[in-house]
Design a protein around this ligand. Sequence first.
Ligand code: FE2
Ligand code: FE2
Length: 259
Amino acid sequence: MRLLFVGDVVGGVGRRTLRALLPELREQHAPDFVVVNGENAAGGVGITRRTADELFEIGADVITLGNHTYRHRDVYAYLDEHDAIIRPANFPAGQPGHGSCVVERNGIRLGVVNLSGNLYLKAGRAAFPEADAQVERLQGRVDHVLVDMHAEATSEKIGMGWYLDGRVTAVVGTHTHVPTADGRVLPRGTAYITDVGMTGPRGGVIGVKREQALEALGTQMPVKFDTSEEDPWLMGVLITASQPMRADAIEQILQAAPA
Ligand SMILES: [Fe+2]
Ligand SMILES: [Fe+2]
């Protein structure tokens, strides 16, 4: 099983970067599955029907989300209607959408679970008991499980990696938009990384135009943010596995968009 997970796609520049680089990444790495975090796909914050359709059309098998899930109302019904787009499972149960899905490719069944951290993010319910519930739900129905742990704090993400080690194929962190250097397979076989990074402009401040971010930081006043277009990169990880629920390797993919 070969799985490409792509970190938070930021705005049009992120979608264009994914479109430009995915064909060559497919050729190079032959992934069975492509899972894309899309929480910043529409104008840098949230996702819309149109941008979700576009990510599927570019080649995402599954879209995961995060704290910006409900920024655009037009996607609420879409989240209920489409299986392969998921929002954190530990959001309140009454909110639109669902927190996990199963997709099948090349005879392999992949379960994908989205979770939100509880530190500095409003998730509604605790991530750790929800992780147990989701793993239990998927048991026997899938060959592999990927968990996107969308969280601010490194501690919560590392904790989730250890918590699920041996029970899922991979736990990947998202949300900070900055890739970490700790990708590894944990002792019981779960591939782990604290943050995959983003697919978006490195020239800004985690996606936002540099001058606007600096103005907000310097004045401590509200500033309207636009997505930077400068120096877009694709940031992701490739996870490979030859046995169910056990990863062989996790490899970072950090690649500049073609000029
Ligand atoms: Fe994000
Ligand atoms: Fe986020």
